[in-house]
Design a protein around this ligand. Structure first.
Ligand code: C2E
Ligand code: MG
Ligand code: MG
Length: 672
């Protein structure tokens, strides 16, 4: 017999026993306890005495709070099989095995609860008075009709004066529902929202009926924190912390559901795969904090521009997916993509800057483009890639060969670094022609990749890859150096100098040391800066307008000329551009293409040229392919043109033959 068990025996005639909290067993008990607990313990005669269901429930609240480190005094009203009442009082002890235990003893309480139905015993003591003794246990007693007849201080502290049990329940009808369930069981526990003095909070409640009086006891435990924690864990697993949008895991779940519903009801659904254009540039240039803020704002913008029945997910980085169930046609998805692109492209106030970013979108729909979730996502992704390589800020619907194209892209990507190391690139030159005399006044340098296996690859195919991988920086520097050397070579060969323009990409423009790099190359090659022109796009200037202006001024100080390429495809106005130190506007090919076809288009071109002339900006039209276009542009007083009508981009020797044949303007000759 251990010391502990002799202690228990010394308590006779009181019933005394020990509970092992962790295993919910009763390792030790004295004879009186064995008698008292008969029916409340399983295997009472074996050493494996476990608490049976009802008793376990009684202990659950106490054990739970003990686990959380609260060492509450244990007090409990116990009714024996014979109907006698006992106050069970306990204290926490350490067992031989080192585990926590509870040492309990039962004191007869008949003088308290041998009460009549009105709750008063023979000695005149109210049967509910004992409740007030509980200072840490929220417990209350109600009569059959649900009217409160007593409660512990702790209960009143938490819930205030509760006259009727109905006042406790937060949800309308919850009380009636609970009482109905309770009438079917004599003991019930449930997680439910109760109205406390601190607002509505989740509780675990236990109710037990006193069959003798018909009163019932209610014990409550506040589990709001536990619930909050569960919700936090759920959010952590299923939602993106930065944007609060559902994540990839929930996306897969919704797509599986959507597929199931679509198959069952013979319906269609679609998804849009979005990737922000040149987001890397922003992250690299301004740091991740600014990048994160922009992502948050973009997410909000997209969310507010999609209909309620569509759902937006963030896959990570700058990738998002919109799922739209029960679609009728692809046009619906196209309209959604247009709406998102339009809204997303408006400026964002981030870190005291006005930032701009666009999105490329790929569309895939069930059942047209795939029959399973993985392939739908893969195909929408492939379509998004196609949109990106077609020039950003576009959407594309999936077509069969797109996935193959991605593979081609990856092969190209791998070869790009090698291509730069092995100088597999050349510059082609497309003449710029002055109107109305049609003499050559300059050229645009356009890069070509002479791939050892694939042959000549156009910049549209590899510039986006170079941008994404960051290889645009060494490649861009190579272009500027090559263009300057070319100017010097022509000059040294005795040709009249011409103005040569090179294109810059967004990421290159963001490069911190761009101006000093250009200055160094000019020095190295000895080129007069007035013959070097940079072609920039509106969108790259808008990413960070203030810094752009400073950079442009630095270039002007160096003596370079600056031109806005693809004018009309971005969002800036002429009034805004006038604030920038630029000299030339290059009207986008799409406007020139529609000259003479669409009256509205002609009006726009005419007005743009006239306004630009008034603002002292020179206008050049790109993509001129027909004589009628030249005639129209002449009529609008456009200064220069460039296009296949005069010459395609030419290799350097062909370009030389071209200018020898067509001549360079006298003005240029005089400058030699
Ligand atoms: P861009 O700067 O707008 O160049 C004009 C594009 O239009 C060139 O395509 C040119 O070949 C094409 N083009 C010229 N005239 C006509 C015409 O009459 N009709 C038609 N249909 N097209 C015409 P390319 O050479 O394929 O270049 C495409 C784009 O790649 C360029 O557009 C430019 O944004 C970019 N790019 C080219 N070279 C470089 C470079 O060295 N660096 C960077 N960052 N981008 C470059
Ligand atoms: Mg250009
Ligand atoms: Mg252009």
């Amino acid at each position: 017999m251990t010391d502990l068990s002799s202690v228990l025996h010394s308590k006779l005639p009181l019933a005394a026993w020990v509970i092992d909290i962790e295993s919910a067993t009763v390792p030790l008990l004295n004879c009186a306890a064995k008698k008292l607990l008969k029916g409340s313990l399983e295997d009472i005669n074996s050493r494996q005495r476990t608490l049976c269901g009802a008793l376990k429930k009684r202990f659950s609240l106490y054990l739970e709070s003990h686990k959380q480190g609260h060492l509450l005094p244990f007090m409990w009203l116990f009714k024996s099989k014979e109907g006698k009442y006992f106050n069970v009082i306990g204290s926490v002890i350490t067992l031989e095995n080192g585990r926590k235990g509870l040492s309990l003893e039962a004191h007869p309480a008949s003088h308290l609860l041998a009460s009549s139905a009105d709750g008063v015993d023979q000695d005149g003591v109210t049967s509910v008075d004992f409740l007030t003794q509980f200072t840490t246990l929220p417990v209350a007693m109600f009569d059959r009709s649900g009217t409160q007849i007593g409660s512990s201080h702790c209960f009143t502290n938490q819930f205030g004066e509760v006259k009727h049990i109905q006042e406790l329940f937060a949800a309308a009808g919850a009380a009636n529902h609970f009482m109905r369930r309770f009438s079917e069981h004599s003991c019930l526990s449930q997680e439910i929202r109760l109205v406390t003095k601190n607002g509505i909070r989740w509780h675990l409640i236990e109710v037990s009926l006193d069959a003798k009086t018909g009163h019932f006891y209610l014990v409550t435990q506040d589990i709001q924190e536990k619930r909050d924690h569960e919700i936090d864990v759920y959010r952590l697993n299923n939602y993106d912390a930065l944007t609060n949008l559902p994540n990839r895991k929930l996306l897969y779940q919704q797509l599986e559901n959507a597929l199931f519903n679509a198959i069952k009801r013979n319906r269609q659904f679609g998804l849009l795969y979005l990737d922000l254009d040149d987001f890397k540039v922003i992250n690299d240039h301004f740091g991740h904090r600014v990048g994160d803020e922009l992502i948050q704002q973009v997410a909000e913008r997209i969310k507010s521009s999609i209909p309620a029945e569509a759902c937006l997910y963030r896959l990570g980085g700058d990738e998002f997916v919109v799922v739209m169930e029960n679609t009728k046609s692809l046009t619906e998805l196209e309209r959604l993509a247009e709406m998102i692109m339009q809204n997303a492209a408006q400026t964002y106030p981030v870190a005291k800057m006005e930032m701009m970013i666009t999105a490329s979108i790929g569309i895939a729909s069930y059942p047209q483009h795939a029959n399973d979730v993985d392939n739908l996502l893969k195909n929408a992704d492939a379509a998004m890639y196609r949109a990106k390589s077609a020039g950003h800020n576009l959407y594309r619907i999936y077509e069969n060969d797109m996935a193959d194209n991605i593979n081609a892209h990856l092969t190209l990507g791998g070869g790009l670094r090698k291509g730069i190391e092995e100088e597999q690139f050349v510059l082609y030159y497309q003449p710029k022609i002055r109107l109305p005399d049609e003499t050559v006044v300059g050229a645009e340098a356009l890069i070509r990749w002479i791939h050892p296996e694939l042959g000549m690859i156009s910049p549209d195919q590899f510039i986006p890859l170079a941008e994404e991988s960051g290889l645009i920086l060494p490649l861009g520097e190579w272009v500027i150096r090559r263009a300057c050397r070319q100017l010097q070579e022509w000059r040294e060969a005795g040709h009249a100098p011409i103005r040569l323009s090179v294109n810059l990409s967004s990421r290159q423009f963001m490069q911190a040391n761009l101006v000093s790099m250009v200055e160094r190359v000019l020095c190295e090659t000895g080129v007069d800066p007035q013959y070097l022109e940079l072609e920039l796009t509106e969108s790259m200037l808008m990413v960070d307008a203030q810094q752009s202006i400073e950079k442009l001024h630095s270039f002007r100080k160096l003596g370079l000329t600056l031109s806005i390429d693809d004018f009309g495809t971005g969002y800036s106005s002429l009034a805004y551009l006038k604030k920038l130190p630029i000299q030339t506007l290059k009207i986008d090919r799409s406007f020139i293409n529609d000259l003479g076809i669409d009256d509205d288009n002609d009006t726009i071109v005419k007005a743009t040229i006239s306004m630009a002339n008034n603002l002292n900006l020179k206008v050049i039209a790109e993509g001129v392919e027909s004589r009628s276009q030249v005639d129209a542009l002449n009529g609008y007083e456009c200064a220069e043109v460039q296009g296949y009508l005069f010459a395609k981009p030419l290799a350097s020797t062909e370009f030389l033959s071209y200018i020898m044949q067509h001549g360079v303007s006298n003005h240029q000759m005089r400058m030699m």
